[in-house]
Each structure stands twice: as structure tokens, then as C-alpha cells.
Design a protein around this ligand. Structure first.
Ligand SMILES: NC(=O)c1ccc[n+]([C@@H]2O[C@H](COP(=O)([O-])OP(=O)(O)OC[C@H]3O[C@@H](n4cnc5c(N)ncnc54)[C@H](O)[C@@H]3O)[C@@H](O)[C@H]2O)c1
Length: 554
């Protein structure tokens, strides 16, 4: 695209929220009305790059070198990240090792800090929900992880709701204990939720605000001291959020924040020896860290997320719309994105596929309903697609081509929403199965069909998959739902005619199942599971029975 056209397109995208926000209000944001921010979101550019720093032991610090991040829409270097290298990790190691295993607070130490965190959450929710600040974060998310304004706004909104949920007394309720009467007078056992103390959090690029914020707050609520590392491409969002949290009363020394590459973080984990690490990202890195950290880890890893359409065909337009959203919103870069759809033969007789195709073809770069793919190039996606198309009976349903007329740099992918059809029998063959079920973190899905007597083959296929994150069973037939849900394991499974795979709100658990290392995010249960362990204290204070004497040895 010619530079002028690209600038125009860019300007259209950045100005969109000022003209029409999804909440219906219109305003003109001024950075000076945002007391914590250190960047002007609309002005970040080659001539006025945004800068990101590190936070350790209560101080914002730089590093010996800058990593330059390029604008995913036009390739212009636009953010400078003070990236810590392997020789500079000692302050972070020291900070972790300074935190005792019993944490910064626990039910028997500094309990007033549970209340402090209720207050911080309440103030942060209030501030984040003001229209100016919501817009500031939605736009900042769009600049680094391009997605539609509505998707970015939803990410901020879920974060606000989460903070509200853990306001007031809700943080201390997370640490609720229980007591069981003992065997004799004065004895009672108490079960407590205990922190791990020093912990680490590693998060990917696709939800720059929601994933790190929810995990960091969960860790802090339970009394841990986290060091946070977010993917450098998007880390500016969380840097600004930490400044907001400080403004709302987060003690400066409670949270460390490091900008570094994966290798440096790996070294920090080994030297700093956190008691627990929460990793959200690819299965490749997850498996490496599980070994390096000797199992002291919880994982939110890859998703090869499936949808099964049952025999009862209803609400075709609605189901088509949900399929389009699930597979292609955020350009398919949600860990919950629909990777494969098993369609009952009754649906094949409808216009479902052509409706999904029409919806997918509405997506465009102007409003970022389709956009850059940050971890795969076009060559990688086309290569995968072409391999699939060599399978007998395979066909391209739609897409399969790079986007045109844009200035997305070649280091990123830019593909039209794509769907490939594969016959179920071929997919199940040993020589094809692994290829077919490889996660493509972009706007790409597989569609297959099954006959009424082939449900067991579908269930076999779901059993053979490795990642069990989200799933959807689209049917209102209770016996069908029972059959499919009873024979599968995915941690977040939606069931019913309106079932989807994406768009997790703040009110339910999100995470994989079927793996003891599986983590969760969002709910009180997720926070307690990931960020605390069980400690039992058996009080036994007497008195001794009257006339007690030493019994014989036993
Ligand atoms: N399960 C979930 O909740 C969830 C949520 C979002 C994304 N994901 C998954 O994340 C993947 C996409 O993200 P990605 O490509 O950025 O993942 P990635 O694994 O490449 O990177 C994730 C994070 O790990 C860091 N990292 C890389 N190597 C490391 C190492 N050796 N030690 C420590 N840290 C290291 C990266 O810098 C980044 O911050 C997809 O597979 C997607 O399904 C899962």
C-alpha cells in the first residue's frame, strides 16, 4: 500500500473510537485527564515512541539496552522497551528471594492487607471504568495487539468487572478457612488457604491487559509477591496498568515487573526459584518450563478448541454468527478460538457454511475485524493449509489468501479468514491426525462432517487431542449433550444452542482440564486453586483429662 493510503487507513483506525464508541458516548480524551499515564496513546509513533520501564523492589528502572517494537499496522518502530538481559537479572532475583515462603500476608500475618487489596481493587475498578480511562486502555490494546474496538473494549470491561468482584471484603473471603472439631477437648483442625510467597507470572501477547491483570491480582490477593513478565510486543499496556494500580494504592514493593525475552526469564526463574509459576502461552514453552521448574508450575497453554454441532438444526443465522465470531474475532488469536468444527450431516443440508463465509468476508482491516497475526507469517499459515489440502477429499471452503492493500510488516501474518474442509475418516488416520490438530494461532479453522452413526468417531477424535481448553456442544438435545459432555474433558465447555467457544465473561472459570498442572482464571475458585495452597493447623491446647498418667509404650 502506498504510504499515504496506509497513513489514511491508520488515521481512520485510530480515530474510530472518537466518532463511535461501543458504549454510545463520544468524547475527546486528553492525556492530562489521566493522572497515572506516561504515554499519549494516539501519538505513539516513530517520532514520539512510547517507552516502557521495569519495576523492581519498588523502583522504576531502565536497562542497558532498548528493544524496539514495530507498529503491527505499518512496521514503524514505535515503542522502546527497556529490556533486561541475562546479566541484569540480579535485582529481580534478590527481590524474589527476599520474600518469605509464608508470603507478604496470610491469615495469621498482616490480615489488614486483605482489606487493603479490597480497596485497591475497588478504586482501580472505579478509575478503569471512567470513559476516558476505558478508552485509553482499549486504544492502547488496539495499537499493540490489533483487534476491533469492541473486542478491545470488552477486554477492559471484563477487567473492570473482575476488579469490582474483588472489592470490599471479597479479598478476605478468598482466604476463608474452616474448622473441624477434634477428638478431645481443646483439639480442632483448621484448614487455611496459604500463599506460596515468591511467585512468577508469564503471559502472552493476545490479551495484554486481562490475562496479566487478573493473574497478578489473584496472586497479590492471596499474599504472594509476584514478578510479572508479559510478551514485550504488548507490555506497554500492563506497564500503564501498574501505574494505575499504584495510583489506586498498590504498595510499590508488592509487585516486580520485568521486560525481557523468554531466555532471560527462564534464567530468572531458575536463579530466583519462585515457589510457583503461572505460565500462559504455548504448549512448547509450557512443557519446557514444567521440566526446568521441576513441576512447580501451573499452566494455561495452547487451545485446539472444538465445536460439535448436534443433530437438531435451529437458529441457523445465530449459529453462523457465533461460528464466525469464535473462529475469526481478534483474527483467531484467542486461546479459545474455534480451531475445528464437527458438523452433523443435518447441518450440511443447510446454508450454514455459506453464511459463515459471508460473515467472514465482511471482516476488514479498516475496523480491525481482521488484522495482523503476531506469531505466524503468511508463509507459515499457507504452508500449513497447503499440507492439509493434499489430504484426499480436502477442500478450501473460503479464504486461503493473504490480505491485500495494507502495510502490515512481513514479520507478521495478514490472512483472510480461512476454512478448510476435511473428511472425518481422513482426518482420523494416524498419518494426518497430528497435522490436522495443530493449533494455528490465526484466522484459520478446519470444518468436518459426521453422520448420525459416526458420533463415536467424533468422540474418539476429541479423546486423542492434547489440549483441553474450550469446547462447544451446539444442541438443545439433552441426551446428545449428555453423551458428548460425558465423554470429553475440556475445562471450559459451553453447551446448548447458543454455545460458543470464545468470549469468556468475568463470571465463570476459564482454563484447561485433564491435567493436574492446569490453571484457571477469573473466579474465586481459580484464584484459590492457582494462588494458594492448603495448610492444616491442628490446635490442641488442652486441658489434659483429669488424672492423666503416662500410658504404656505403643
Ligand atoms: N490457555 C490460556 O488461557 C491461553 C491464553 C492465551 C494464550 N494462550 C496460548 O498462547 C499461545 C500464543 O501466545 P505466544 O505465541 O505468545 O506464546 P509463547 O509461549 O511463545 O509466549 C508466551 C510468553 O512466554 C514467554 N516465554 C517464551 N519462552 C520462554 C521461556 N523459555 N521461559 C520463560 N518465558 C518464556 C514469552 O516471552 C511470552 O511472554 C497460543 O498457543 C495460545 O493458545 C493460552
Amino acid at each position: 500500500m502506498a504510504p499515504v493510503l496506509s497513513r489514511l487507513l491508520f488515521r481512520r483506525i485510530v480515530q474510530a473510537p472518537f466518532l463511535r464508541t461501543s458504549t454510545g458516548f463520544s468524547f475527546c480524551r486528553n492525556v492530562h485527564s489521566i493522572p497515572f499515564s506516561s504515554v499519549e496513546v494516539e501519538q505513539i509513533s516513530g517520532s514520539k515512541p512510547g517507552e516502557v520501564h521495569n519495576l523492581v523492589q519498588g523502583k522504576w528502572i531502565g536497562s542497558s539496552g532498548w528493544n524496539t517494537i514495530v507498529d503491527p499496522l505499518n512496521g514503524e518502530p514505535f515503542i522502546k522497551v527497556a529490556e533486561v538481559d541475562e546479566t541484569e537479572i540480579q535485582p529481580f532475583v534478590k527481590s524474589l528471594t527476599k520474600c518469605p515462603k509464608h508470603g507478604l500476608h496470610n491469615p495469621l500475618k498482616s490480615p489488614e492487607r486483605y482489606l487493603l487489596y479490597g480497596d485497591v481493587s475497588s478504586k482501580a475498578a472505579d478509575m478503569l471504568s471512567t470513559p476516558e480511562v476505558t478508552d485509553f486502555f482499549a486504544r492502547l490494546i488496539q495499537r499493540v495487539s490489533p483487534k476491533s474496538y469492541q473486542q478491545a473494549w470488552a477486554e477492559v470491561n471484563v477487567t473492570v468487572k473482575f476488579l469490582r468482584n474483588f472489592s470490599g471484603d471479597q479479598v478476605r473471603f478468598l482466604a476463608r478457612s474452616f474448622a473441624v472439631p477434634g477428638d478431645h477437648l481443646g483439639q480442632q483442625s483448621h484448614g487455611y488457604r496459604w500463599p506460596y510467597g515468591p511467585v512468577a507470572i508469564i503471559t502472552p501477547f493476545n490479551f495484554p491487559l486481562e490475562i496479566p491483570l487478573l493473574q497478578v491480582m489473584g496472586a497479590l490477593y492471596m499474599g504472594n509477591k509476584p514478578v510479572l513478565k508479559v510478551d514485550s510486543k504488548v507490555i506497554i499496556v500492563m506497564e500503564q496498568m501498574i501505574r494505575l494500580l499504584h495510583h489506586c494504592g498498590l504498595p510499590l514493593e508488592d509487585l516486580d515487573f520485568i521486560n525481557c525475552d523468554g531466555k532471560t526469564m527462564n534464567k530468572l526463574l531458575i536463579e530466583g526459584n519462585p515457589s510457583m509459576t503461572l505460565f500462559t502461552g504455548s504448549s512448547r514453552v509450557a512443557e519446557k518450563l514444567a521440566v526446568d521448574l521441576k513441576g512447580r508450575i501451573k499452566l494455561e497453554d495452547a487451545g485446539f478448541d472444538w465445536k460439535v454441532l448436534g443433530p437438531d438444526v435451529r437458529e441457523e443465522d445465530y449459529v453462523a454468527w457465533v461460528c464466525d465470531q469464535d473462529a475469526y474475532a481478534c483474527s483467531g488469536q484467542k486461546c479459545s478460538a474455534q480451531s475445528i468444527m464437527f458438523m452433523h450431516e443435518n447441518w450440511s443440508k443447510t446454508s450454514l457454511i455459506s453464511k459463515i463465509k459471508d460473515l467472514a468476508e465482511r471482516r476488514n482491516l479498516t475496523d480491525l475485524t481482521i488484522g495482523p497475526v503476531l506469531t505466524l507469517t503468511n508463509e507459515m499459515m499457507l504452508d500449513h493449509m497447503n499440507k492439509l489440502l493434499t489430504i484426499p477429499g480436502a477442500k478450501l471452503l473460503f479464504g486461503g489468501e493473504p490480505l491485500k492493500n495494507h502495510s502490515i510488516p512481513a514479520i507478521y501474518g495478514a490472512m483472510k479468514p480461512t476454512a478448510v474442509y476435511l473428511p472425518l475418516e481422513e482426518m482420523m488416520k494416524d498419518e494426518n491426525y497430528e497435522l490436522v490438530t495443530k493449533e494455528i494461532f490465526g484466522p484459520f479453522q478446519i470444518i468436518t462432517e459426521y453422520k448420525s452413526d459416526q458420533l463415536s468417531v467424533v468422540l474418539d477424535s476429541l479423546e486423542r487431542m492434547h489440549a483441553h481448553l474450550t469446547a462447544a456442544v451446539v444442541s438443545n438435545d439433552p441426551l446428545f449433550l449428555q453423551e458428548v459432555i460425558g465423554n470429553t474433558v475440556n475445562g471450559t465447555t459451553y453447551a446448548g444452542l447458543r454455545a460458543r467457544t470464545t468470549g469468556a465473561p468475568q463470571n465463570h472459570w476459564f482454563g484447561p482440564a485433564g491435567d493436574p498442572r492446569g490453571a484457571g482464571i477469573g473466579t474465586p475458585e481459580a484464584i484459590k486453586l492457582v494462588w494458594s495452597c492448603h495448610r492444616e493447623i491442628i490446635y490442641d491446647i488442652g486441658p489434659l483429662p483429669l488424672n492423666w498418667t503416662t500410658p504404656p509404650s505403643s
